[in-house]
Design a protein. Structure first.
Length: 155
């Protein structure tokens, strides 16, 4: 296997991790919304934060690095429409993802506090959860668009 194929494989795997981990942890976090159990909410939020740090964060770093290498090695025009659109969408998705990570940590901390003190979750939990849900959509749809652009490479 040559270097280009190796880098492309890492690029595809990391994109799969970003997308798959994102949708997977979003599912479990969203499902926790429908339980009254603080312990279940805490379990979901702890593992969501952990998965983002262990899987999503490294893959988000690998994506642009491997992408830059692939553009250079394949001789693509850096200013091609599909690449320019990809850069913009990836940045927008990232700008949505960063506050999502912060919100997940806040939700986890509120669950820990409620669990330790035997109290209800504050109203802030619900407000942040709704923001988390809304911010996830542009990131998710953006990644779908990036997948399309990577496959189709429209002119």
């Amino acid at each position: 296997m040559d270097l280009y194929t190796t880098i492309k494989t890492f690029h595809i795997i990391s994109s799969t991790i970003v997308f798959g981990t994102g949708i997977g942890i979003a599912f479990f976090m969203f499902r926790s919304w429908f339980t009254d159990s603080i312990q279940e909410k805490l379990y979901a939020s702890r593992n969501t934060v952990l998965a983002d740090y262990l899987f999503t964060f490294p893959a988000v770093i690998i994506q642009p690095l491997s992408g830059i290498a692939l553009i250079y090695m394949a001789g693509f025009d850096w200013s091609a429409y599909w690449l320019m659109a990809t850069y913009v969408i990836y940045v927008i998705a990232g700008l949505c993802w960063l506050p999502v990570v912060w919100i997940q940590v806040q939700l986890k901390n509120m669950c820990i506090e409620a669990s330790e003190n035997g109290t209800e979750l504050p109203d802030r939990y619900n407000r942040l959860f709704k923001m988390w849900f809304l911010l996830g959509w542009p990131a998710f749809l953006g990644l779908v668009a990036v997948f399309y652009l990577m496959v189709a490479k429209p002119v």
